[in-house]
Ligand binder design. Structure first.
Ligand code: IVH
Length: 695
């Protein structure tokens, strides 16, 4: 719509029509296709122009005007709407396993009188959106009414609120039937739901009365659709997917517009309705099963909640042939997934102690089956988080477990709280050893100050020491450490090397053979390296890389133990927090004692001379490694580069100086080329290591 300088100025009516057409077009690009052509500000400008025009000329206002999306009118109640074609529900296949799809296919085949030798039936597999069903009525292509399902026969007129949904077209192209009812699901995206609850929490915190947070996107969507004040509904971000039809009266001859469910969905999409892209035509039950499985995998990464998938016989004439039983079609079924959220009650809030003494509040729950497993614990992370969610003992809570993520308490169902249980507060002392628990300035976590005196920390410390990247003691896992510490057999790390075959073999679930294997693993761990040993001690803030830097800089353990904070600060990449943590660790007698005893038990490594400010030809350079090198393993190359002062990063960016590429280098190489980063081979890297630059 380019302005034509020579044309006469449009009349207000013409301009209003022009603006409405433009706004319809851009709303479809924005809300349905997610691909806007113009910036938001430009859309707003057109929108305001139309608003101004309509307020100057109220006779120009039409029900399909985009300005009607903002809501505003407040109703006393909803009018009722009798559905011209009843809104039915679908049978739910309770079997959440693959066999659910087989049972449906078998029923359909039987009803159609098909034998095993007949070809597979075609189905359309769709998502089962977790929102609420809505019927949209268009007359001459204009949205005139939107109704809830109600009891299937009579619903409520929620037109005002539905008009506020950007994805619902207010006007359709000219080739649509004279009367067209489109049915689908109104829902709320998860990100919109989170943002809405965030705003609600802020209102509550600011003292607003009568505000509440919503339990889940479905409830929030249902609440918004049934809002009497459409101005409020307009602030609740809703979305829409179309999946079927109600009444259709065709003014366009008798040619059927579609003969299959899939054809119907594609037509709805052409008319401007959102249709989920996952929709598939499936031949027979096998393809239904794989659809169910594939969507199950994608489920957590979808931007909205689904509670299952829906299968529908594709051919509309077969649908008619199958018909209905009571109020459910025989040609469709909902195949569910195990629910990811469940209600349960909090029986207690325990506090667990980690390796570095971090105290974690954990809600102990009445066992509940959620996301495919029985859950009895959910972390509350720290005191702040527990207080933010205001979880209290006795509360009814929503527990969520999605995919393999650890279960969490989503929120408390506040109206179900009985009495006035006290809010959670962190204990002032460690629940395991009774030492004082403190929270340092600027930190969210409380910590037990008991150090290795605390048996919980001791268990974690032993596991840390034994892990593969530290002393690598195979076979020393949580169960065994638990037993050893609880039985009082192992109190400190050196006790591990004093274990005897008889003591070990007498432990539960420990045969003589595994006891022997463990002793052998312990023996092997005596020969180690200084970086592994340092890392294994579990000094706070000393990870593997820092342990390597320390070992390289000082050469020997005694020099590290004696180093002042200032001397420690000379180590590359060691800052004040790390330096102080190392100093504090070795200032404690019991830690020095542990080190001495470990050495006395034969734990040893090769020491070197302190690095005389070892030459660092590659200081300040960043490398990325990719592919397989001819002579060095990736890990070795990394160590060499780091020893020469370089940083080795995991991904290529503009800050990368060199990408070292070996055979079968992948996307990192492409990225390097794209960004113009120097790509070198192993030989060139070796040259850089000795010379620091190309010569
Ligand atoms: S078809 C005659 N398709 O699930 C068949 N329903 O009881 C009518 N739903 O009330 C429904 N996604 O709210 C259909 N792709 C989908 C759906 C779907 C969600 C809801 C709908 C309906 C309920 C089924």
């Amino acid at each position: 719509m380019t302005p034509d300088l020579f044309a006469a100025a449009p009349t207000p009516a013409e301009r209003a029509a022009e603006l409405r057409a433009e706004l319809h077009h851009h709303a479809h690009r924005y809300y349905v296709l997610d691909d806007p052509e113009i910036p938001d500000a430009e859309y707003d400008r057109l929108f305001r122009e139309l608003q101004a025009l309509e307020s100057q000329h109220p006779e120009l206002l039409t029900p399909d005007s985009p300005t009607q999306r903002v809501g505003g009118a407040v109703l006393d109640g909803f009018a009722t709407v009798r559905h011209a074609v009843p809104m039915l529900s679908i049978r739910t296949e309770t079997d959440t396993e693959a066999t659910g799809a087989e049972a449906f296919d078998a029923r359909v085949r039987r009803e159609l009188g098909l034998s095993d030798t007949d070809p597979p039936v075609d189905y359309v597999a769709e998502l089962k959106f977790d929102g609420l069903a809505i019927s949209l009525r268009y007359e001459a292509g204009v949205l005139v009414q939107a109704a809830t399902r109600g009891d299937g026969e009579v619903g409520e007129d929620v037109t005002q609120n539905i008009r506020t949904i950007g994805q619902v077209p207010l006007r359709l192209p000219t080739d649509v039937p004279a009367i067209l009812e489109v049915r689908g699901e109104v829902y709320m995206r998860r990100d919109d739901f989170d943002a809405l609850n965030e705003r609600q929490r802020a209102k509550i915190a600011a003292g607003a009365k009568g505000e509440k947070t919503f339990v889940n996107p479905r409830n929030a969507a249902a609440g918004a659709v049934r809002q009497l004040d459409s101005g409020i509904a307009a602030q609740r971000p809703l979305s829409f997917f179309a999946y079927g039809l109600g009444e259709v009266l065709n003014g366009h001859g008798s040619e059927p517009l579609f003969t299959t469910q899939h054809g119907l969905l594609m037509r709805l999409r052409d008319w401007g309705f959102p249709v989920a892209e996952q929709t598939r035509v499936c031949h027979g039950s096998e393809q239904l099963i794989s659809f169910h499985r594939d969507i199950g995998i994608q489920r957590d990464s979808l931007p909205y909640d689904i509670d299952g998938v829906v299968y529908k016989v594709n051919d509309l004439s077969l649908q008619r042939q199958l018909g209905f039983v009571t109020r459910e079609p025989r040609w469709a079924v909902a195949h569910k997934y195990p629910a990811q959220e469940q209600l349960t009650t909090v029986q207690a809030i325990d506090v667990q102690v980690g390796r570095t003494g971090k105290l974690t509040p954990v809600a102990k729950l009445a066992p509940v089956f959620v996301g495919g497993v029985t859950v009895t614990n959910a972390t509350l992370h720290n005191e702040l988080e527990a207080r933010r969610k205001d979880v209290r003992v006795g509360d009814t809570v929503i527990v969520r477990r999605a995919g393999d993520v650890i279960p969490e308490v989503v929120s408390v169902v506040s109206d179900k709280r009985v009495g006035d249980p006290p809010p959670f507060s962190m204990p002032t002392h460690c629940p395991i050893c009774g030492s004082e628990a403190v929270r340092e300035e600027g930190e969210a976590d409380h910590r037990c100050t008991g150090g290795l005196f605390c048996s919980a920390q001791r268990k974690q410390a032993i596991l840390h020491y034994a892990q593969r990247r530290a002393l690598d003691i195979e076979g020393l896992g949580d169960k065994l450490v638990e037993q050893l510490v609880d039985a009082g057999v192992v109190r400190t790390l050196p006790d591990l090397y004093r274990l005897g075959l008889t003591a070990l073999a007498s432990l539960e679930r420990m045969g003589e053979k595994s006891a022997g294997n463990l002793l052998q693993a312990l023996d092997q761990s005596r020969h180690t390296t200084l970086p592994r040993f340092l890392f294994g001690l579990g000094i706070r803030h000393v990870g593997e890389a820092t342990a390597r830097d320390l070992a390289r800089h000082f050469g020997g353990l005694d020099r590290i133990m004696a180093a002042s904070v200032d001397e420690l600060l000379e180590v590359p990449d060691v800052g004040p927090v790390v330096a102080r943590s190392i100093r504090t660790f070795f200032d404690q007698d019991h830690n020095r004692e542990v080190v001495e005893q470990l050495r006395a038990c034969g734990v040893s490594w090769e020491e070197g001379a302190p690095a005389e400010r070892a030459p660092q030809p590659l200081a300040g350079k960043t490398f990325v490694l990719t592919g397989t090198f001819p002579t060095l393993r990736r890990e070795q190359a990394k160590e060499l580069l780091e020893a020469a002062g370089a940083k080795v990063a995991g991904s290529v960016s503009k800050k990368t100086d060199y990408v070292v590429a070996g055979e079968d280098a992948g996307s990192k190489l492409d990225k390097a080329r794209e960004l113009g980063v120097a790509v070198i081979d192993e030989a060139t890297m070796q040259r850089l290591l000795t010379e620091g630059s190309f010569t």
